[in-house]
Design a protein around this ligand. Structure first.
Ligand code: PLP
Ligand code: COI
Length: 355
């Protein structure tokens, strides 16, 4: 039986913090990193006790399987600081569970819950001063696992590394978000790995997204690989559309990431009395609704993206603009979810987790 009790995580502290070099008033997303990182190795058939060390590069053998066969998964989370200086996570056990769902699909050994949670809490307590307090900023947390084991044989590695790195961050998108509804390329397929947060899912999106960026869009909205008739999700967020007063989002499947923000937004919207439908959305109904003026809103939902209103979309060489509403569902839902995350309001659904 593996001992998954983490009593004494070894912490090796930096000699000098680099925090004074960081401009906390102008944070971009995920580009500066805190002083420390958590590292946990899988060797000889077991996860070793995690340790915390100064943030540093990793040395790998050139034959490490991550480089050749892409065995890698990750999570995205945020730590929020309230006005009392207390630190909060949002539904962290859901990230921990999803990491293991991704691990299973990618033939990566599952990580004990306690290693994830205790490791994360120890790291966050150490990095507390790195968690921004200003509105819209937070500490973005990136837990990930990759195959560090050696060998060109195309089979799962025998060694892995679980790392948690943290980046004080501002918003993911810098301006208005326009999306292109994709009809040629696909992000995922039935029976594939679309539901997993596997690194390759993102690499596969980069080229079609580059083409979309050249046309003036920030993100691609993926459609189903079979018919390209149904809206699935965007590159880094789940998608909601509002037709008249009804908020609609597609069902999750083995092609779509089961977003934690998505399911929280559904709960909050229902709590607000907003009519919510979880059903397949056709591209043609969105285009038709836009032409009739009843497509009121589209927005993306995700940890990094929070709730990001979409200002317009492209489809078959046509551009469709969305109206700018004075009181939108997006702004209402964003306020409700961020008020919970930053401990500004009652936590009606029990989602907040104190570090
Ligand atoms: N879909 C994709 C492809 C994502 O990368 C993300 C981000 O994590 C999401 C959806 C939103 O998921 P969550 O709300 O759990 O962050
Ligand atoms: C997140 O929202 O945390 C994600 O993982 C999306 C990522 C591509 C930035």
């Amino acid at each position: 039986m593996m001992d998954t009790t983490v009593q004494n995580i070894v912490v090796e502290k930096v000699k000098t913090s680099k925090i004074d070099q960081i401009d906390f008033d102008n944070l971009s997303f995920g580009s500066v990193f805190t002083d420390h990182m958590l590292v946990c190795d899988y060797k000889n058939g077991a996860w070793e006790i995690p340790k915390i060390i100064p943030y540093q590069p990793i040395t790998l053998d050139p034959s490490a399987k991550i480089f050749h066969y892409g065995q890698s998964i990750f999570e995205g989370m945020k730590a929020y600081k309230d006005s009392n200086n207390d630190v909060w996570l949002f539904r962290p056990l859901d990230n921990q569970k999803r990491l293991n769902i991704s691990a299973k699909r990618m033939a990566i050994p599952e990580l004990p819950e306690e290693y994830f949670m205790e490791g994360l809490k120890t790291l966050l307590k150490l990095e507390k001063k790195w968690i921004p307090q200003s509105e819209g900023s937070s500490l973005y947390i990136r837990p990930f696992i990759f195959a560090s084991g050696k060998g060109f044989h195309a089979s799962p590695a025998d060694e892995y590394k679980f790392i948690i790195a943290c980046a004080p961050s501002g918003s993911y998108f810098s301006g208005k978000v326009k999306v292109l509804i994709e009809e040629t390329y696909s992000r995922s397929a039935n029976g594939g790995v679309g539901f997993a947060k596997a690194g390759g899912n993102y690499a596969g999106q980069f080229y079609p997204t580059q083409l979309a960026v050249k046309k003036g869009y920030q993100q691609v909205i993926w459609t189903d690989d079979n018919t390209h008739e149904y809206i699935e999700e965007a590159g880094a967020m789940n998608i909601f559309v509002r037709i008249n007063d009804t908020l609609i989002t597609g069902p999750t499947s083995d092609r779509i990431l089961d977003g934690i923000t998505r399911k929280s937004i559904i709960t909050i919207a229902e709590d607000e009395g907003i009519p919510v439908e979880i059903r397949k959305i056709t591209v043609s109904e969105v285009v038709e609704a836009s032409k009739k003026g009843i497509l009121k809103e589209m927005f993306g939902a995700g940890t990094a993206a929070v709730v990001s209103p979409i200002s317009g979309f492209g489809h078959k060489n046509m551009n469709y603009d969305l109206p700018e509403l004075e009181s939108s569902y997006a702004s209402l839902l964003k306020k409700r979810i961020t008020d919970i995350q930053y401990n500004k309001t009652e936590d009606k659904f029990g989602w907040r987790y104190k570090v």
